[in-house]
Design a protein around this ligand. Structure first.
Ligand code: DAH
Length: 339
């Protein structure tokens, strides 16, 4: 008899409850009125007195085992349907969503685009691998101009007719080839120069080129356009134009913005003068118009070019140009909130 109960204990132990149905079948088999335990309790009367104790203990062990097993299974089944089982701990704080942010160069580029869009400029682009014509020749670079020197330009080794553009002025030429005046366009893009990398200069950087061609465009138009830009971009309303030289403009100028001398940083970045150089500009040289089949007798225009790295350095107080290209998240994360 005891052996039979021991076998039943094993059977119950090994019984797998996988769902409500298997749980119910275990209950019916052992605990129902016609179940095994009812029979065993009925047999208890016929057990000889000296065996009653061990027999009774064995039946109770079996009964507890079945009952506990069913109770545990019931709890587990209940849990499976609970919110806890589905969603986990609902009081747990949420996981922070790590949102991305724009690169500071993109932020500044978009700002420049917004400002010039608001006064009628469109956005144009050109290739980063350029030919000699668009990067130099059509921009009135004399044949032996030092900027063509191997020092500055990355030429394509297998065909030095091609090079990595050294400035976005090449897009001016492409735009004039394909569009008739009036022209108002800005061309943001990446440029390349064979320069030693330091905190101040890099072999890859970004420029925005501007070109405005129409009838009777004057130097005053250029100055007012740039003044509007510096007001919008930096909130500064004083600029000065210093005479300079670029092959593709005549006259040419460098634009300084009056930054002020209020803080120690102002002193540092303006070297104590209060003035900061922000771009080059000038009236488009007639030779450049001719090279792109625009009649300089009929049309005139102005052009300007600025470096985005430098502008972002000023706006965000970035001390080292190399940071733009390192993609260190600790640097990039600081610009998340800008837009
Ligand atoms: N291309 C010049 C540079 O790389 C910048 C520049 C100066 C562009 C004067 C212009 C300009 O359009 O008129 O430094």
């Amino acid at each position: 008899m005891i052996d039979k109960i021991k076998q039943l204990l094993k059977e119950v132990e090994n019984f797998q409850i996988t769902n409500k149905e298997t749980m119910e079948s275990l209950r019916l088999k052992y605990l129902s009125k016609k179940g095994i335990l009812t029979d065993l309790f009925a047999e208890f009367k016929n057990v000889p007195n000296d065996q009653k104790k061990s027999f009774g203990q064995a039946i109770n062990t079996l009964k507890n085992l079945v009952e506990n097993k069913i109770k545990d299974a019931q709890e587990q089944l209940d849990n499976q349907n609970s919110a806890y089982a589905i969603y986990g701990d609902l009081t747990r704080p949420g996981f922070a969503q790590n949102i991305g942010g724009r690169h500071p160069i993109s932020l500044v580029k978009n700002q420049v685009i917004d400002i010039f869009s608001s006064i009628g400029f469109n956005v144009s682009e050109g290739p980063e691998i350029e030919d000699d014509w668009h990067n130099f020749e059509a921009l009135n670079f004399p044949a032996h101009h030092p900027a063509r020197d191997m020092q500055d330009t990355f030429f394509v080794q297998t065909n030095p007719e091609y090079l990595l553009r050294t400035h976005t002025s090449s897009v001016q030429v492409r735009y004039m080839e394909n569009n008739q005046p009036p022209i108002r366009t800005i061309s943001p893009g990446r440029v390349f120069r064979n320069e030693a990398i330091s905190s101040r200069s890099h072999c890859i950087f970004h420029q925005v080129e501007g070109l405005y061609i129409d009838k009777d465009v004057s130097f005053a138009d250029l100055k007012q356009t740039l003044l509007y830009f510096t007001k919008e971009m930096f909130g500064k309303s004083k600029i000065r134009l210093r005479p300079s030289y670029f092959p593709f403009t005549e006259p040419s100028a460098e634009v300084d913005v009056y930054w002020g001398l209020k803080t120690e940083t102002d002193y540092r970045i303006t070297k104590g003068t209060g003035w900061l150089e922000i771009m080059g500009c000038g009236m488009v040289d007639p030779n450049v118009l001719k090279a792109s089949n625009i009649n300089p007798e009929e049309y005139s225009g102005f052009a300007f070019g600025m470096g985005l790295e430098r502008m972002a350095m000023l706006l965000y107080q970035i001390g080292d140009i190399r940071m733009y290209f390192e993609n260190d998240v600790r640097f990039l994360e600081q610009f998340k909130s800008n837009f």
